[in-house]
Every structure is written in C-alpha cells, then in structure tokens.
Design a protein around this ligand. Structure first.
Ligand SMILES: Nc1nc2c(c(=O)[nH]1)N[C@H]1C(S)=C(S)[C@@H](COP(=O)(O)OP(=O)(O)OC[C@H]3O[C@@H](n4cnc5c(=O)[nH]c(N)nc54)[C@H](O)[C@@H]3O)O[C@H]1N2
Ligand SMILES: Nc1nc2c(c(=O)[nH]1)N[C@H]1C(S)=C(S)[C@@H](COP(=O)(O)OP(=O)(O)OC[C@H]3O[C@@H](n4cnc5c(=O)[nH]c(N)nc54)[C@H](O)[C@@H]3O)O[C@H]1N2
Ligand SMILES: [Mo]
Length: 747
C-alpha cells in the first residue's frame, strides 16, 4: 500500500464523499452530521446545541472521518430475522470485527439459550421478565454492571442507581481499561481527576507536550488546535516510540492553506522505548533543575514534598535515565530548553502513558514536571488527559464507579429513602476474575465490548462463559456477542444518541456539558436506553426482594422511587441536579438550552482541592525496561480505520498497512531475527500465540519494540495490571517472534 506523506487532508474529504454515497446521498449524511447532538466518537466534544461539527470554541466545520464512520454505522440497515437462523455462534465466531459491525443495526431482542447454537428472537416483555427473575434469584453481589462511554449521562446515572439500590457496588466503566491511571494519578497529585484546562487554554498555549497518543487517527479535531499553535510560533513536543505520520505533517481539512501545503506539527519528536516515559520525564525534570529553570516560589508555596523530590532527582544518575528511557542527552536537553523558554504549557497524553503497569506513576511524573515550572493553575497551561469515548467522563461523573463519592451517596440515600450497599465494588478486571472464579453469576453491559476490550482473550471468554446470564444493550454486533457468551446471553437493541425520543446530555474532556436533542428513530425495534433500564428496574425492584445474605437490607420496595416514571430523561436530570454536585444547571438544560462548564474543574489559580490546598510531588523508582535478549516489547494500538473493538476498514492508511494481521518491526530487528519482509511468523507471549502474522519492516518504530493491532492482539496481552489503577499493561507485552520451523522435506 502506498505510504502517504501527510495525515488528514483530501483523504478525509474523499472519504466523506464516498461514505455519503453509501448512505443515500450527501444531503442525508449532512443532515445527520449537522443535527444538534454531541458527536459520538471521541471526548474532544463537538456538536450539541451549537450544531454538529462545531467545537467548544464555536468553530465550524470540524470534520472528522471517525464521526462519519460512527454515523454511517448507525445509519446502516437493520439485521433481518433470517440472519439469526442462518448463522450459528460458531459461524459468528469466524466473522472479523469488521464483518460483525457491517451486519447492520440490531433491531430485535435475541437470546442464546444454554446449549443452543443459534440466537433466536424473544419479545421485549419476555426478555425483561427473564432478566428480572434472574436478578431476583441471586445475591446482588453476584452481579456486575459494565458501562461503555457512549451512553448518555441519564442512562449512566439511572443504571448505576438501579444497580446500587438492587444492592451491589460492582459498577464500573471502560475507564478501567483506559484513563483510570489519569484519574488516580491526577487526583493523587492535584486533588482533581479531570482536565485542568479548557479548549481555549490549549489554543493559547505556546508549548504542548503530546505524550503517548496518536491524535491524527484518534482525536483528529485536536490537530486543528495543534496546527494553530504552530502557526502562532508555538511548539509541539511529541513523545512516542513510533513516528506517527500525522504528528509530523497534517493537512487540516477545514483550512484551505493547510489542505494544500500541510501543517507541520511536531517541533521535536523524541522516541523513547515503550515504557521509557517515566525515566524520560524524570530526565527532563533533572535537566530543568540543572538549568535552574524551576519556579521555586511556586514549588515552595503551592507544592508538598518539594525538597525530598528534588533531592531524589539530583541523586538520580544520568546513566540510569538514559538506559531506562532509551533517550540520549541531546534530546533531553533540547526538550528541557524548549520547556524552560515557554510560558504557557499544556501537557496532553493518552494510552501510551496509561496502558502500563506503572500508568499512575507516569501520570504523576507528568504532573511533577508541570508543577516544576508552575504550569498548573494559570490560564493557557495545565494538564489534559485526552479522553477516549465521547461520554466516558460523564459516565464517571454520574457515579459509574465501584466507589460512589460520599456526597452523591448521602444525597441519594436522603433523596430516595434508601440505604445503599457499603461492600466494596469490583473494578472491571476484578469482575472478570470474579466471574472466572465462579463468584459472579450475572453481568449487564450497557454498550461496549467487554470481551473484546479485555486482556487475555481466552481467559475473558472463559470468565463470561461461567456466568448464568449476560445481558448486552447494544446498537450493533461486535466480537463480544460471538465470543463473550454466558450460559444464557441476551442482546437488547437500543437507539443511538441521535435517535433518542428525548434530549440527553454528555460531558466532554474539557468538563463541558452538552445537550443532545435526539431525533428520529431509524428502525422500529430498538428502545431508548433509559426506557429499558427503568422497565428492568421496575420489574426487579417493585416487589420486595427475597431476603438475601447481602450486607445491605434491600429497602428498594419501600423507597420513594417510581421507577417507571424514570423513563423521562427530564426527571432523571432533575435527580442528577439534586444529587451530583456541580450539575445543578442540568435540571433545566432542556428548556434553557444552556450548555455549561462544570464548576471547580478548570484551574486558573494555584488552589488545589487537596486537604491543605497544595499539590503533591511524588517520587518514583524507575522501572527497568522490560525484556531480555530475544524478546521484543509489543504495543497494541488502534488503526486509522477502527473505533476500539469496532473495525470500519481493514486498512490503516497513515501507517501504510492494507491489512491488520501484521506485526510492525524496525528493519534492524527484522534482520537480527533473520526474517524477510512479509514473512509469516508466530508471535508468542507468556499467555498466548498468534500464527500466520506478517512481519513487516517499519522504520518509524524504535528498534526493540513492536506494534500490533487491538483487539485481535488481546490473545497475547497478559492480565498484568497497574496495582493503583487496575489498568492492564496493553502497551507493554513481552513477545518472541519466530519463523515457523520448516520441516526438512523429500528425504
Ligand atoms: N479513530 C478512533 N478514535 C478513537 C478511538 C479509536 O479506536 N479510533 N478510541 C477512543 C478511545 S476509547 C481512546 S482511549 C483514545 C485512544 O487514543 P490513543 O491513545 O491515541 O490510541 P492508541 O492507538 O492506543 O495509541 C497510543 C499511541 O501511544 C503510543 N505508545 C505506545 N506505547 C507507548 C509508550 O510506552 N510511551 C509513549 N510515549 N507512547 C506510546 C503509540 O505509538 C500510539 O501512537 O482514542 C479515542 N478515539
Ligand atoms: N489490547 C488493547 N486492548 C484495549 C485497548 C488497547 O489499546 N489495546 N484499549 C482499551 C480502551 S482505551 C477502551 S476504552 C476499551 C474499549 O472498550 P468498550 O467501550 O467496551 O468497547 P467499544 O469497542 O468501544 O464498544 C463498541 C460497541 O458499543 C456499542 N455501542 C455503540 N454505540 C452505542 C450506544 O449509543 N449505546 C449502546 N448501548 N451501545 C453502543 C456497539 O454495539 C459497539 O459494538 O478497550 C480497551 N482494550
Ligand atoms: Mo479508551
């Protein structure tokens, strides 16, 4: 496949035209894209009341191929009843992620019964009755509730409320596989777990650090902002073991000049080894100290632990920093000098930072470096975890976490006259392990693909197979519906955000609350998420539950909650406004149409919500770079043509790959291993093997490291997780690459 020379550009525009032809014309797609709904893909935040393709600064048009793909997927035809009679689960398991996605929209509830090979249709009533009766037959702590980040605040709030009143804290979201390390790390450093900046702050920065992310593919709209910063003479420092094409040069589709000539993005591009960031960040800090460029008054006044942190940094040998990061002194010095010369600096990062066994430490090290020059708590500067799903942050704010914030818990108990459970809830990996051990019997997934997003795919399938019942609320088919099967599996089809009959809300990664108007349903059959949740809750809880051994008395039946009435999203918003601090304005948002910035999240002053108002500097031991001789470090990443476990296109245009069953290696590694380009190899890790993979030379990757595509590569990823965030090390898998042994023939 021909390699491109820049990201974005005409590619994105051609793609729009091609997609629109498939979707019944430009007018139809345009109308869908311009509707007043928050964009469905990443959490950068587009759309809402300003109209589709408009960002938080009100700029239009912000086109992104990903949002087109997501829209086109929701505009597909419906899966026909014959489908379920035609394909057995064994056949569905042979479908690729892309084939499953392109089967069409789910339109009727289906069930796969114990021992059967085929899903079959089931009436909504029968399906809901079956689920409620299962829930009423088990102890609440034998259930778990997994949420993806695509659903609305309203659905998120309602489902977690249901689960807790039912009696369990086993409530968690995809964040445990995503940005949990950012939340935990930032909270431990600053007392807050979300971005400290707004989009406007980023636009005014004179330096952005972009660490471990690939925004040309995954957050294309951020590229416009990065191009602006460069245009104004600012700098962008990229830290990534792979040279990602679009981070070198990107053609911003909404700018004619950039479209023709391209915009340079990175001013410095440094390639540490996978997992080398902690050492590199320490090295940059050490060099800042050597240059005397730290902000002493800020550190003394606004930070705790400065002296011991500095002493530790000074004692850290340069040789160790270089060995453990893979970065030499010139690069470290160049970055430090640029940082020292900048006045407004934003630190942005993504999965290259969080998907490690030391993800939280990585995030704390970023905070340390920012605090060192007083770059948190002033306009144009701060920390920006670039979030994944379009409403993953909102889902978290709504209490979709094992531990409910005390303020929310107390208000809920007061408001509804209930007593909520106090037994500790499980994180996502904890649920999979609990299921494997037979301690869990029931799971419900509000969107997402719990199977596909898990490490150790074989273990994940086994875990889910040990459940009595697993319920999916989904829009389209994914690998979970084929491989993540319990004794009984039920799929309930739901409406997409822009088909909701009532308004819903979402929260962007800049802590901005958007209102989505909903719209016309594209298919008969799917139901609104809140309708399904409210009905299920009513069926489960309206009669007193049988006496259970669970730690909380189940007082739901006597509670003040009228579940059926909670199908009204306005009523849910009123409840949220009452119990979730900061969301007061949500109560009337459907009348006022006033979208808003959550109070207290953005920091333009150095006052931190920690007990003494000061930020905390953390000291770390630098981990050894993983791997022995003969081993490579593998990262598992997204291609340009996918959204998480959903694959829209087999090709990865920016990396010049036309297929997904490849492993990208530095040419020197290929040579060292005695492999020819495109030779079929076996890739082994501690837990799994993939055969028939094409080994390809990829000069853009730092030697000693390898790249493969997620979710397929999850058969190789062990369950090793960061003890603090419980996030698996998806980006740091030790592997061996071997050519199959040829048997001597014709003897
Ligand atoms: N098109 C599209 N958009 C998406 C998604 C999608 O799948 N497709 N997913 C959404 C979601 S949920 C998320 S979380 C985000 C993900 O957004 P990203 O984090 O950008 O996604 P990944 O493909 O996982 O890429 C991680 C990047 O980290 C680099 N990397 C790997 N290991 C290391 C390391 O040790 N150190 C450093 N410094 N870098 C490393 C890789 O080279 C790669 O460039 O995107 C969101 N947006
Ligand atoms: N090896 C490896 N594994 C990883 C990662 C990695 O980089 N490498 N990344 C991790 C990350 S960052 C994440 S966030 C997780 C992704 O984890 P998930 O969020 O669990 O997975 P998705 O693939 O985004 O889920 C897609 C499905 O959501 C459903 N869906 C779409 N829209 C809606 C909607 O409006 N409502 C409902 N109810 N359902 C909807 C569709 O059925 C679709 O198939 O994977 C993680 N796993
Ligand atoms: Mo994510």
């Amino acid at each position: 496949m021909k390699k491109l020379t820049s990201g974005g550009g005409w590619q994105a525009i051609w793609y729009t035209l091609k997609k629109s032809r498939q979707m019944g014309g430009l007018a139809r797609l345009w109308q869908a894209m311009r509707s007043k709904n928050a964009c469905k893909t990443c959490a950068l935040g587009m759309g809402g009341q300003k109209g589709g393709m408009v960002n938080e600064a009100g700029r239009f048009p912000e086109v992104c191929k990903k949002s087109l793909q997501a829209m086109a997927a929701d505009m597909q035809g419906g899966i026909q009843p014959e489908f379920w009679r035609t394909y057995s689960t064994t056949q569905l398991q042979k479908f690729s992620p892309r084939e499953l996605e392109s089967c069409g929209r789910l339109t009727q509830p289906v069930i796969l019964e114990r021992g059967k090979q085929y899903y079959h249709a089931i009436h909504w009533d029968a399906a809901l009755a079956r689920i409620a009766s299962k829930l009423r037959s088990i102890r609440p702590d034998e259930s778990f509730w997994y949420f993806s980040g695509r659903s609305s605040n309203e659905a998120g709030f309602l489902l977690q409320l249901f689960a807790r009143i039912y009696g369990t804290n086993n409530v968690n979201n995809c964040s445990f596989y995503c940005h949990q390390a950012s939340g935990v790390g930032m909270a431990s450093s600053l007392g807050t777990g979300t971005a400290t900046v707004t989009l406007d702050d980023v636009e005014h920065a004179d330096l952005v650090f972009l660490i471990g992310g690939n925004p040309p593919s995954n957050h294309p709209r951020l590229m416009t902002t990065l191009a602006h910063i460069r245009n104004r003479g600012g700098a962008v420092i990229v830290i990534n073991p792979v040279v990602e094409l679009g981070l070198v040069n990107f053609k911003v589709p909404s700018s004619p000049w950039s479209l023709l000539f391209g915009s340079e993005i990175a001013t410095h591009y440094v390639q540490p080894h996978i997992g080398g960031d902690l050492a590199l960040l320490a090295g940059i800090a050490k060099r800042i100290d050597e240059l005397g460029a730290q902000n002493e008054p800020f550190l003394r006044e606004h930070c705790q632990g400065y002296e011991s942190w500095l002493a530790n940094l000074r004692a850290l040998p340069w040789a160790e920093i270089q060995a453990k990061s893979g970065v030499g002194p010139e690069d470290i010095n160049a970055i430090a000098e640029r940082y020292a010369a900048s006045k407004r600096v934003v630190f942005a990062w993504t999965m290259g930072i969080t998907h490690h066994a030391h993800g939280v430490a990585n995030v704390q090290a970023i905070a340390n470096l920012a605090l060192m020059r007083g770059m948190v708590g002033r306009p144009g500067a701060g920390l920006l975890p670039i979030r994944g799903h379009s409403n993953v942050q909102g889902i978290g704010s709504m209490g979709v976490t094992p531990k409910l914030r005390d303020a929310i818990l107390q208000s809920l108990e007061r408001e509804y006259g209930v007593q909520l459970p106090t037994t500790p809830g499980l994180d996502t990996l904890g649920c999979m392990e609990g299921a494997h051990a037979g301690r869990l019997k029931f799971g419900l997934c509000l969107g997402g693909n719990l199977y596909g997003s898990n490490p150790d795919a074989r273990f994940a399938a086994e875990s889910l197979s040990r459940l009595d019942q697993l319920v999916y609320l989904s829009t389209t088919l994914n690998t979970g519906h084929a491989h993540g099967l319990a004794a009984e599996t039920i799929i309930l089809p739901v409406l997409a955000r822009d088909e909701e009959p009532q308004p819903t809300t979402q929260e962007s990664m800049f802590n901005y609350i958007r209102l989505s108007e909903g719209g016309v349903r594209r298919h008969e059959g799917p139901r609104s998420e809140v309708q399904v949740i409210a009905e299920l809750a009513a069926r489960t809880l309206d009669e007193p539950l049988p006496a259970s051994e669970s730690s909380t008395p189940n007082t739901a039946a006597q509670s003040l909650l009228d579940w059926q009435s909670m199908q009204d999203t306005g009523k849910i918003r009123e409840a949220i406004a009452k119990v979730v601090p900061g969301f007061e304005q949500l109560a009337t948002i459907d009348q006022t149409k006033k979208e808003f910035q959550l109070p207290g999240r953005t920091f333009h002053e150095a006052k931190f919500p920690t007990p003494d108002g000061r930020a905390i500097l953390h000291i770390h031991e630098l981990p050894e770079l993983a791997g022995g001789p003969g081993e490579l470090r593998l990262m598992t990443v997204r291609s340009e043509g996918q959204f998480n476990t959903v694959v829209y296109e087999e090709e990865d245009i920016y990396r010049g790959q036309e297929r997904r069953d490849v492993i990208l290696l530095h040419p020197s590694d290929l040579e060292r291993l005695g492999l020819a380009p495109d030779q079929r190899v076996t890739v082994r890790s501690e837990i799994g093997t993939m055969t028939g993979i094409l080994a390809r030379p990829y000069p853009e990757i730092r030697a000693g490291n390898a790249l493969m595509y997620y979710p397929e590569a999850n058969v190789l990823v062990p369950r090793t997780a960061d003890p603090l965030s419980k996030t698996p090390a998806f980006k740091s898998v030790l592997i061996k690459v071997e050519a199959p042994v040829m048997l001597a023939s014709n003897r």
